[in-house]
Design a protein around this ligand. Structure first.
Ligand code: COA
Length: 378
């Protein structure tokens, strides 16, 4: 069949009051607040609260949320054992997706829908995803898991659980801002998948698993890993032009460029771009950063395309010491707040999402008994 047309481009599938993207002006708002303001002033837990409840928390409400995060971060012992015993050789997204799905078996509420329990599940899933990713990473190095530290907020705690060392306040803040800008993005493919699952009244774990599965592909969240692989393959700025020109000649996409909605610079990439430069300078290793800059120049010259969030986040995560194959799981752990906010919104005003397809196949055929069928020439 010919390449699918449309891809639902420009189609408004539902009403939502969570996130607004202005692709023409390159602006993004969570619950009406512009992303630049949140990145400058907020924290990931506070932004998650905003996405879930529709307004910024008071100090008491924020303290309450942090207390829930701290108490929910640990994994059930059986789940931790499953990660340590079975998953070290698994792919990182396979491990995250399977573990999130398996956690549903340990939900004390028996998965029955009600807004109060579903909200608690949203918080506990968001609290636990960093623990899952860090435990998996430690297990594959044959290292024991580092238990979460209750004094540390999401970003600092994640870096701590990965390495066993407390990160500097600056590095924790850089990751915190990355988590804020990845936390939601309207009806991107994975959020749409999560909402479609939720619209059947499947449980929240199933819907988040659908989101994780959909994020994985290289056209969506998997792009950050592809970007890193490309930067390492190109290696030096002087090889960038030849590499990009070769990709374009062969009709291939350059990872980390283009966007379905933004027709101008991706505001999220603009926000975290200075961190990539800062971390490269700090490490004294500017080779990959300079290579990335050169790739951007060539793609802009040849295709007029801007780098997207994944192109820049790959560089920032690399600078923070996050291994390449954990970059998409880190995207998933921040998007957990957005997915669950959308799932809760879907439950609260649900109608089954069930579009139509236009049939373009053959018609008026008849059943042929098996002994009379002929193999079609390939
Ligand atoms: N490299 C080279 N050309 C690209 C490109 C890229 N990364 N992204 C888009 N284009 C070109 C297409 O070739 C096409 O050009 P043409 O009209 O001359 O054929 C045009 O831009 C439109 O591309 P299209 O594939 O129709 O856009 P889309 O809206 O379907 O796809 C993406 C959007 C994000 C899937 C696409 O840009 C892409 O594959 N990017 C790379 C993967 C990536 O970074 N994903 C993360 C997104 S946040």
């Amino acid at each position: 069949m010919a390449r699918q047309k449309g891809g639902l481009e420009g189609v408004v599938a539902l009403d939502s009051s969570i996130c607004e993207v202005d692709g023409v002006k390159g602006r993004l708002f969570y619950r009406g607040i512009e992303i630049d303001e949140l990145a400058a002033n907020s924290t990931y837990p506070e932004t998650a609260y905003l996405l879930w409840y529709g307004q910024l928390p008071t100090q008491d409400q924020l303290d309450g949320l942090m207390a829930q995060f701290y108490s929910q971060r640990e994994l059930p012992p059986e789940i931790l054992r499953m990660i340590v015993e079975f998953m070290p050789s698994w792919d990182s997204m396979e491990s995250l997706r399977t573990t999130v799905s398996a956690i549903s078996g340990y939900d004390p509420g028996g998965l029955e829908h009600n807004p109060r329990d579903d909200q608690k599940r949203a918080i506990s899933l968001t609290a636990r995803m960093p623990t899952i990713i860090a435990a998996y990473h430690r297990a594959r190095q044959k290292l024991p898991p580092v238990p979460p530290s209750s004094g540390l907020a999401t970003a600092a705690n994640f870096l701590y659980m990965l390495s066993g060392e407390r990160p500097s306040a600056r590095r924790a803040r850089i990751l915190d801002v990355c988590l804020i800008v990845h936390a939601d993005h309207e009806l991107n493919a994975s959020t749409f998948a999560a909402r479609v699952a939720a619209s059947t009244l499947a449980d929240i774990y199933a819907a988040v698993s659908a989101g994780i599965a959909t994020l994985d592909g290289p056209l969506h969240g998997g792009a950050n890993e592809q970007v890193m692989a490309m930067l390492e393959e190109v290696g030096t700025p002087d090889r960038a032009e030849e590499y990009v020109m070769d990709l374009l000649r062969r009709g291939k996409k350059v990872p980390g460029f283009g966007h379905r909605v933004y027709k101008t610079a991706d505001p999220r990439a603009t926000i975290i771009r200075p961190f990539a430069a800062e971390l490269a300078r700090e490490s004294g290793q500017t080779r990959l950063f300079d290579t990335a800059k050169r790739i951007e120049e060539v793609v802009m010259r040849e295709k007029g395309l801007n780098a997207n969030l994944d192109f820049v986040s790959a560089q920032v995560y690399h600078g923070l010491g996050i291994p390449t194959d954990l970059m998409t799981p880190v995207f998933a752990m921040s998007r957990s707040a957005g997915w669950t906010a959308h799932i809760l919104e879907q439950y609260s005003s649900n109608r089954l999402i069930r579009p139509r397809a236009k049939y373009v196949g053959p018609k008026q055929l008849h059943y042929v008994p098996v002994e009379q069928r002929k193999e079609k020439a390939a």
